[in-house]
Design a protein around this ligand. Sequence first.
Ligand SMILES: [Fe+2]
Length: 507
Amino acid sequence: MLWVVGERYLSRRDVLRQGVFGAMALGAAGAVSGSVLSACSTSGTPSASGAKRFPVTPTTAPPEVAGSPYWLRGNFAPVTVETTATELSVTGSLPRELAGLYVRNGSNPLKGTSPHWFLGDGMVHGMAIEDGKALWYRNRYVQTGFLKNGGGLGSGAPGGASSLSNVSVGPHAGRLLSLGEVGAPFELDPSDLSTIGPVDFGGKLTGNFTAHPKLDPATGNLHAFGYNFTAPFLTYYVVDKAGNLTTVQDVDIPVATMMHDFAITDSDVIFMDLPVAFDLKKAVEMVSVPGSQAVPFEWKPSLGARLGVMPLGGPTSEIRWVDIDPCYVYHTVNAWREGSNIKLEVCRLDNTFTPPGTPSAATRRIWTIATGGDQLRFSEHILDVPPADLPTIDHRYRGRASTQSWLGEVTSTKGSLSFTGCQHLNTATGKLDRWIPDRGRTSGEWCFVPTGDAEGEGYAMAFVYDPGTNTSSLVVLDAQDVAAGPVAEVALPVRVPYGFHGSFVAA
Ligand SMILES: [Fe+2]
């Protein structure tokens, strides 16, 4: 069966594969104080595909079109220029221990519009830091197959190189990888954020690849999965420390559900099979109706919800499941073993992909999965902290008992979302530190960068947007004292739209 999409024809398999690209991340950004624009050296280049020509301006003002959806307004709106800025002005003092590249991905539709915030073309924003100086800022489109065909969905069958690649970006095995959630990773050049090309691990990767893989700090192995819209609905991967895809094993689940994240301990993998089901009718509408805002996922609590525990590395045949109350978790914080119990810290929502206005409390919880008996047993503890998401931890503690995390505090208004600042929670002491920027400035995900030996000893950084100047800055906080405010701010001559996930690539 074929559906007409513009002048193209999609097969049923195309549509099933296309699905939605459950990205996630809610967003907000903000910038810092009155930036010293005159101190910056900036150049802009026409973006992306080469066929497109864009004006080169020192700043890119967000369009304000009445009636347009929130992700096309304000600092959600895409920028149209690929900028290179050097000689950046620093307020405060950039710690000399910070040496490397901070890079963050996000959705930035080349066409200027998209059916959903999650469904724009990937654009990475990076800042290189060394010897207390901000060497450069660049933003570059990820040169995916979709982008080269004009950008967005409907410009080619999804999968492989045809990806939006807009969710996260991070290093592994000497490669900087841009990750979507549908399709293959893309390797980027960390020296200028240009795209080297898709990575299919020598042809071994044939399905989708999550944007939230987990690096085991003991082995250097990258554990990952992909969810698909046709069987097999779920596949588990291991990429070894040399960058070889060494494990590809299907996991048996009954229906296609959206899995945005998972977790590992030092001996387990934990999958979350939660009731957001793929909806074929909405998928067809999304790709066949111009201007459609249909999203092909449906909140379906009748499916139930469950957690799957299997040995780290597999085999997937040994997975065991335990039922939980229907809910959705976009992001896990961390997981670890305490004897026969697994502790799994999550940012939990009551539901998602529900009609606007549906209540959905956001809470942080520590789940316990008791694995000692014949059957897994589940219990949970709710943390009394303000709503927050986009968690980051000290990645040296991935899969191990950890006590500290940094999150973007969430404020929702009128169907939109913003991340107003940084939360640092120490679950060992119960202490919650918060930095909420003034003047309506907003942030996003905070990236923790270790500079000392102890857990959490280091800095947290994010792009912060200032609506007063319509520019952004990189803000660096002392990770152990975020409430004290920035230790350094690097002013940018442009704004960085709200985005999703990033990382720090040490020099
Ligand atoms: Fe995410």
